[in-house]
Design a protein around this ligand. Sequence first.
Ligand code: PAF
Length: 274
Amino acid sequence: MIVARDISEFQRARALLGASVGFVPTMGALHAGHSSLIQQAKAHNEATIVSIFVNPTQFLEGEDWDAYPRQEMHDLAMCQSLGVDIVFMPTIEAMYGSDELAIMAPCKAGYVLEGATRPGHFGGMLQIVMKLLNLTRPTRAYFGKKDAQQLALIIKMVKEYFMNVKIVPCEIVRDESGLALSSRNAYLSTTQKVQALALSQSLHRASSLIEQNQLDCAILKEQILEVLQGVDRVDYAEIVNRNFEVIQTIDKNNTIILVAAYLGTTRLIDNLWV
Ligand code: PAF
């Protein structure tokens, strides 16, 4: 496994890879959700690249960029054991100049929900994902459905900018209690981990009601909010179509239910694709 820390080192290693390349971009603090993305990349492609970069432009002023868990040894050991070919770990200076073009204003779907709570987040996320895709030139790139809006915006960017890569959406990975895996779970105390179950449980309640044919979003939202009383503060609980527009009635082929909530200062998100 090659660990490339600058662009030319990375490009030399990239030039030696086979015909099909799978790419998993990450911000490190790798967990079983990431290993599932890496395993899928390994299964579908001749070679696999993982990037580890805590991208400053997608964090807002006062968010957790400083505190974001950094576990280089652990992450490299995990990549090694999964058979990754190249780990790309650039510095901020390698990825950004001092006066950059800002070309990515997200569309309508990027200004609601996560985009409303975290203005600027999606612009920074798209900026780094475009840079990473241009550098790594993968055949396929793997993204988790937990960041549903992120995934939708990346698919749109790749289509609209004629980028030659297939984006592969991957299922959410949960621990045995149902908590969606996230690097930010590391911030939670034992009590908060229990409280955090309210997120997945609220989605579970909605899913059971939908199975019983309750399709009225107002009623479903009430039920979701009732379960979410377990958290410290709900940021949003919303039922939308795949364009992230709020809907009144569930369409079983075109609905995502999204929740975001705080446990102390930790903000977690979860969702269910109906
Ligand atoms: O989902 C993430 O970890 C990040 O948003 C990504 C895609 C690696 C871009 O920094």
